[in-house]
Write a protein that binds this ligand. Structure first.
Ligand code: OGA
Ligand code: MN
Length: 286
């Protein structure tokens, strides 16, 4: 393992910086194991100060599992279909990437049958105003939220399954009109309300108010307030980590374990934000 590598926990329930790792070089097995262990333990890890080509970024992501091809093809990197551009930059009157990737609390692509294990963002351009960084991303631990549930509630939730629908969230925020036809082709999927993490075995609350439209076998009058209550329990301040971006960050989050939201406190053309995003495939939920 790279002797200079250091894992620095954030001080919050989740999150850590990993310093002294150079992802542009092929990592040896022990170094990757140390990064993966920190990722499993902290749910969100940031490798600072990276200088990566697209190939190097993709090669690193592949260490975590199968890299997915972007289905929102108009946001894909022009030469690398594994990379999605998350950006507010406009060229010729058109957004070059996805502008509102995370405006509400969510876990990535829960509307798919096998939601991604991990998402990686590589910060190419980070907006600033008078020396202050903008566009922070907030994360909250759905594992801590489960652990904090009253025992009676844990028992009540066991075995329940929620309906996840991609257009559920879109309808609510009125955003993403441009890609709605593509998204609307995704059929509804069911996931357990309490999900067991495929790697750590820990349980987490796995619902979001945006995507979840109901609970199987439960009237909406009961299900919708329950979903709202669960979603609210995840985003408690003491379960949160706030990521302040620096150019060169590679941030990785564990989708079964955390939810996240992007702050939109910047605007085009005053501020430029560009992230390269890769999702690593996951497995069926249980
Ligand atoms: C995402 C996402 C947040 C951000 O890419 O899935 O939610 O800060 N992005 O860009
Ligand atoms: Mn997201």
């Amino acid at each position: 393992m790279d002797a200079s590598m250091q894992v620095v926990p954030s001080g919050s329930a989740i999150g850590a910086d990993i310093l002294g790792a150079d992802l542009s070089r092929g990592l040896d097995a022990a170094t990757f194991r140390a990064i993966e262990a920190a990722f499993n333990e902290r749910s969100v890890v940031c490798l600072r100060d990276q200088h990566l080509t697209e190939e190097q970024f993709i090669a690193f992501a592949k260490r975590f599992g199968e890299v997915e091809i972007i289905f929102l093809t108009h946001y894909a990197h022009p030469r690398y279909p594994e990379i999605m551009l998350v950006s507010n930059i406009q060229e010729n009157g058109r957004n070059i990437g996805h502008v509102d990737a995370g405006r509400v609390w969510h876990t990535d692509m829960s509307y798919t049958a096998t939601p991604p294990r991990a998402t990686l963002l590589y910060a190419i351009d980070v907006p600033e105003e008078a020396g202050r960084v903008l566009g922070d991303t907030l994360f909250a631990s759905a594992v801590a939220a489960y652990d904090g549930l009253p025992e009676a509630m844990k028992r009540r939730l066991e075995g329940l399954r929620a309906v996840h629908r991609v257009s559920g969230r879109r309808k609510k925020t009125g955003t993403g009109k441009e890609d709605n036809p593509l998204r609307d082709r995704q059929p509804d999927v069911l996931h357990p309300v309490i999900r067991t993490h495929p790697v750590t075995g820990r349980k987490a609350i796995y619902v979001s108010e945006g995507e979840c439209t109901g609970i199987v076998g439960m009237e909406d009058a009961e299900a919708l307030p329950l979903l709202a209550d669960l979603a609210q329990r995840i985003i408690r301040k003491d379960y949160q980590y706030r990521h302040r971006w620096r150019k060169g960050d590679v941030l990785i989050w564990d989708n079964p374990a955390v939810q996240h939201i992007a702050l939109r406190d910047y605007e085009w053309p005053r501020h430029r934000r560009l992230m390269h995003r890769i999702t690593v495939g996951g497995s069926a939920t249980y």
